[in-house]
Design a protein around this ligand. Sequence first.
Ligand code: AMP
Ligand code: MG
Length: 630
Amino acid sequence: MKNEVTGLILAGGRGTRMGRVDKGLQPFHGSTLAAHVLQRLAPQVASVAISANRNLASYEAMGVPVWPDQLSGFEGPLAGLQTALRNCTTELLLTAPCDSPFLPADLAGRLHAALREQDADLAVAVTAEADESGDSYQRVHPVFSLMKASVLPQLSAYLDTGARRMDGWYKSVRVAEVLFSDAGAFRNINTLGDLKDMEALAARGRGPAAAGYTPDAMPVEQAQAIIRSLVQQMPPAPLAERVGLRSALDRVLAADIISPIDVPAHDNSAMDGYAFRGAELQPGAATTFKVVATAYAGRPAAVPAGPGECVRIMTGAVMPAGLDTVLPQELAAAAGDGSVTVAAGSIAPGANRRFRGEDLAAGAPALRKGKRISPADLGLIASLGIAEVAVQSRLRVAYFSTGDELRSVGEPLDAGSIYDSNRYTLFGMLRRLGCEAIDMGSVKDDPDTLRATLRMACERADVVLTTGGVSAGAADYIRQIMAELGDVAFWKMEMRPGRPMAFGRIASNGRSALLFGLPGNPVAAMVAFYFFARGALLQLMGADAARQALPVMRARSAAAIRKKPGRTEYQRGILSVNGNGEQEVRITGAQGSGILRSMSEANCMVVLAASQGDAAPGDLVDVVLFDGLA
Ligand code: AMP
Ligand code: MG
């Protein structure tokens, strides 16, 4: 069998997702990606050739024939395949992409057996994968295929129609699907980030094929770290605008606020009472002062107080010159003759005097850039007499949901359809964060519409959020289109709910945007928003780091919580005070990722770390509250 097969490494792509670098030549684990593929392919076939369109000499240096596309213009794998079928002298051709360094050692053998048994023209690898709800589906890997060289006419006819999709042209030939059990062997490296991560693991002595890292089992913390670091590399939102004080609530301060004045502007009294010189108090004896004037807040005493004299004073009134101590009214023994007696030891000299500038000194920063302005901040700014502040422009976030089944509110609900709720939860969450929320509607699972909407969103906004279609289900094209438009990683998160997620940057017409492809299930979409997108949005809004951490508290679990180790779980909970006056949390009934009611009834999320298993009644668990004092 081996003698009948030529192996073809597909390395002719433009490398768009890697910033147009030549993917096959990227250094990997001591050599290059293509060299790894060659190493795994060579023992399975009679000879190997490489389909490449750039850096031909570097590929030739690997000691195998290099075939540039005869079709010009980086037309994709089918163009490489066409050239290879024309050049191929064996009866069969086996293809593998240059970015799959872990391809199975029995790829040729198993595809070949199926080709013969099923009398097919082409055999292709498939793997079984689980979707978010745990249902399994078969994922086809069209670039791992073995075909008869005689399919060339069908391929050329397909290409003549202008179509370029690998799985599209399969419709014109007889295809045998071969199920491989190790999905990890088909893992490909799409981005420079993936490559770096794989390299880092290799450098730590864990082979890239080891289970440790894989986008198919991405730990929550690792994804959060990757997101943080990518966002950190992005330029911060440079735009600022000046707004009236009230409009600044919840916005992010774009510059430090420096106090132009001392607050308070004068020494003043902290109490209603009598002001005098502390030095005049008789040690160990009562002291009597004559009341010579009254000082009100906003109305200073009319006459100065000399030795032996005091001033009746109200809270906030300016301390009369020379006086430094205020005896609270309730401690004062006022006689009818206009004098006041201070009992021995009843007050310390200097008491109850507020100093000029003790709240804020002129020239000192009152609030730092990056602070999200709270009600207290509004008051503080007002106390400085400042009426307008510079805030960061609102971050523009465009969002849309995907799915043929979705109907918008107001439309009739036909059989099999559901109302789109994600656009409303997203609107709410984005508004709460202070973003400009740009609703791009719900989009059918149709490649052209999806591509057009994604591009439009990218051109209009700083960040694009989508829901649905990232789980690699059959009708979901969005993964493919996202990958076309930029550098996007597709992760299967080790979490529940919310397993599939896409993250990266996309570009269109010279504009780029950060992209989060959130899962479609309503609860999963919210959880992914809160635990992945929220921090990134705050970072891009220019908010200070302290605002980005979600405040976590510990509470006792009222009942046992079932939890599988190996994934982070976000269960919806209700936090309340139990009979002993302690905070106690109870999980809301059904936790299905589609059950939005669980989110609505809850007032918090119980976060159970990947490492932990079931929680017993009374165990302390981490809780993130939905609402709190702003
Ligand atoms: P998907 O990720 O596209 O496979 O969707 C997963 C599940 O979430 C499916 O049951 C969808 O019908 C549901 N879903 C997706 N998007 C929405 C949405 N915008 N509103 C409500 N449910 C949705
Ligand atoms: Mg869908």
